[in-house]
Design a binder for this molecule. Structure first.
Ligand code: SF4
Length: 449
């Protein structure tokens, strides 16, 4: 049963030293109880308390890590059923499937795409995360794993086989980059217990159906296997969707341990059309898949899936922000225009993109508005004339330009007079309301005389 903050506080050393980056033990205990801090962050807590608190405050869906370094992928760690209750923690892993008997050109193409496709959106780098290698005869799992690690070093690896010896050899070939070893069933569960102990890898459990999965997962847990990814065996969209919902609800609401692991789903085995796979994948990303495996990765299907992930897995309680600073865009000098806006990242990327597109070198001042957009920040008292003036004076922009002209967002036209009073040496110019009008505005801009 989950512990309250006060119960956790009783087990803390109560030094109030702040070494956990939280000023007091009470505040730390409250955060641990809310799942917002890890008990390990306190260096003084006893091992006994760590075990008790860690167990009680562990997320109902276990966090599992596959791979290492740049290739590490984290799944699970989820604590809620609906995003608005708190947030979703770890993005669904997007995996591309390679069969060991596939022709060489096809394998090379998939590895190249898995390595090359990377997109930047609102300052976030997005890419697919895993390569699944299926043992179909032909090349060995070990050789194929080495080839993937060489060609796509940022990808975590899933090895799929019924043959425990092949999986073991594959895991050894991966070294520290520990793969997910998929294929434990009710028939071979004992061999997978030994495999998990020998390799220290995460185990993928495949059920014939939900009941069979629960039975097998229970057996593995009882034998000491801690890190697992689960597959109910459903190979239709409806089946996988329903099973994912049941698994999430059972783990989060009922604390049902055998289903308290990230799920793995296989759109690649549900149809033979990549676009349809992507559509199935998009549903499973929205409804709780820990990993989805596709038969191929192409830019036109990958990009929309990554965007969907970006939307679903951002924290709804924390706006995306950029740091308060002066941002030089396309090499400005002492005569370049100076603009100011808020630090909501969408605003920053739209405004900076338009300035860049205008090809007019400029200084963009970003004021910390706690992630609120221009009008909201102004209405909340975080983007008023006094605060803007204080920021302009301390920002260092005075040393970077000869002129004293500040371009403010068109939506802040009403504070022009106040700002002129706060910044008497500056000319305040009202910029456009819409970022899309900035290029034309900047091309016409001349410093005020
Ligand atoms: Fe308290 Fe530990 Fe945090 Fe220090 S590091 S304030 S002792 S919880």
């Amino acid at each position: 049963m989950a512990l309250t903050g006060i119960q956790i506080l009783k087990m803390l050393p109560k030094k109030n030293c702040g070494e956990c980056d939280i000023p007091t033990c009470l505040a730390f205990a409250m955060k641990v109880a809310a799942g917002q801090a890890e008990i390990e962050t306190c260096p003084y807590v006893s091992d006994e308390a760590k075990a008790t608190i860690g167990e009680a405050s562990a997320p109902p869906i276990r966090t599992v890590k596959i791979g290492t370094g740049d290739a590490q992928f984290t799944a699970g760690g989820e604590t809620c059923q609906f995003r608005h209750e708190k947030r979703f923690e770890n993005q669904t892993g997007l995996a591309v499937l390679i069969a060991t008997d596939e022709d060489a050109a096809s394998i090379d193409g998939k590895i190249k795409r898995a390595n090359d496709f990377e997109y930047e959106r609102v300052g976030v780098m997005m890419r697919n995360n895993l390569v699944a290698i299926k043992d179909n005869g032909g090349a060995s799992l070990a050789d194929m794993a080495k080839k993937v690690m060489e060609g796509a070093p940022k990808q975590a690896i899933i090895l799929m086989s019924d043959n425990v010896d092949n999986l073991k050899a594959g895991a050894e070939a991966c070294g520290d980059n520990k793969p997910l070893l998929y294929g434990a069933t009710s028939e071979n569960a004992d061999a997978f217990v030994d495999l998990a102990k020998d390799t220290g890898c995460v185990i993928g459990v495949k059920g014939k159906n939900m009941d069979n999965l629960v039975e097998t997962a229970d057996k593995l847990v009882a034998a000491g296997v801690k890190d697992m990814v689960i597959d109910t065996g459903a190979r239709t969209l409806r089946g996988a969707f329903e099973d994912n919902v049941v698994a999430r609800r059972s783990a989060v609401k009922e604390k049902f341990k055998p289903l308290g692991f990230p799920t793995i789903t296989f759109p690649c085995e549900m149809c033979d059309d990549l676009m349809m796979e992507a559509m199935i994948g998009s549903v499973l990303i929205a409804k709780y898949a820990g990993i989805t495996v596709f038969s191929d990765i192409q830019g036109d299907v990958l990009f929309p899936l990554l965007l969907e992930q970006l939307n679903i897995f951002t924290d709804p309680q924390r706006p995306m922000v950029v740091a308060e600073d002066i941002y030089p865009i396309t090499g400005p000098d002492e005569n370049s225009p100076v603009l100011i806006t808020c630090n909501f990242s969408l605003t920053y990327f739209i405004v900076s993109g338009e300035i860049e597109g205008s090809k007019v070198p400029s200084w963009l001042l970003i004021k910390d508005t706690e992630g609120l957009s221009v009008l909201t920040a102004w209405a909340a008292g975080k983007f008023g004339a006094d605060l803007i003036a204080m920021f302009v004076n301390k920002s260092g922009i005075l040393d970077k330009v000869k002129h004293r002209e500040l371009i403010i967002p068109g939506y802040l036209a009403t504070i022009k007079g106040e700002l002129e009073e706060e910044l008497p040496d500056w000319t305040i110019t009202i910029g456009p309301r819409e970022a899309g009008h900035l290029p034309a505005f900047l091309k016409e801009w001349k410093p005020a005389a």
